[in-house]
Design a protein around this ligand. Structure first.
Ligand code: DGI
Ligand code: FE
Ligand code: FE
Ligand code: FE
Length: 186
């Protein structure tokens, strides 16, 4: 499938607002990939598909996850399922089979230890695309141009603080990712 065909398919699946978010993630992922030496084509592909299933009902995500081989730990926090399901259906749906691209979709919400360069680029593009607005975002955008790992570390802290304030559960992979990346950047 061409990038334009993928774009149209994603557009048909999402609300206009969410589609604008995805376009922003594609733009930012392309830019961060060029700056930091990741493959921009792969970054854009992962960005196009990362929220394809974001508006599916929770029941459908859980049902699909049970029928795919998605690890049961991801059922703990259902917000995490949409990136995994998108990766599971991407070979059939979009003809995308590159494992790094699929992992960038899988881990775009939680992160994980030992993220690839592409996974870091897509995680940060999701957090920093032009439509995102939160107090730390401008500073994070600047850091991300210079030091991807530092931006990732700060972004994990920001997400964890946000989750704590809302009394939401924190997924263990996010904590592991955060602890590991701070060891790298310090
Ligand atoms: O899909 P997006 O809205 O573009 O962004 P996302 O996939 O990064 O995040 C989806 C939601 O998941 C968002 O409301 C934040 C939430 N989230 C991220 N990490 C965790 C989490 N929720 C919980 N409970 N625990 C986490 O570790
Ligand atoms: Fe998402
Ligand atoms: Fe995110
Ligand atoms: Fe997103």
């Amino acid at each position: 499938m061409t990038e334009e065909q993928i774009r149209e398919k994603v557009k048909a699946e999402l609300s206009p607002k969410r589609f604008r978010h995805v376009e922003g993630v594609v733009h930012t992922a392309d830019r961060l990939a060029r700056i930091h030496g990741a493959n921009p084509d792969h970054a854009r592909l992962a960005a196009w598909i990362h929220d394809f299933c974001r508006e599916w009902p929770k029941e459908k995500l859980v049902q699909m996850a049970k029928n795919s081989n998605i690890h049961e730990m991801f059922f703990e926090v259902t917000e995490l399922l949409h990136g995994h399901i998108a990766a599971a259906i991407a070979p059939q749906e979009f003809g995308i089979t590159d494992e790094d691209v699929l992992n960038a979709s899988r881990y775009h919400t939680s992160g994980r230890r030992n993220m690839s360069l592409l996974e870091k680029v897509v995680y940060l593009a999701d957090a920093l695309e032009p439509g995102r607005e939160y107090p730390a975002v401008e500073e994070l955008r600047k850091v991300a141009e210079e030091d991807l790992n530092m931006a990732l570390a700060l972004s994990f802290d920001n997400t964890i603080e946000y989750l704590i304030k809302r009394r939401h559960p924190i997924f263990p992979l996010t904590v592991q990712a955060r602890n590991e990346i701070w060891r790298v950047v310090k």
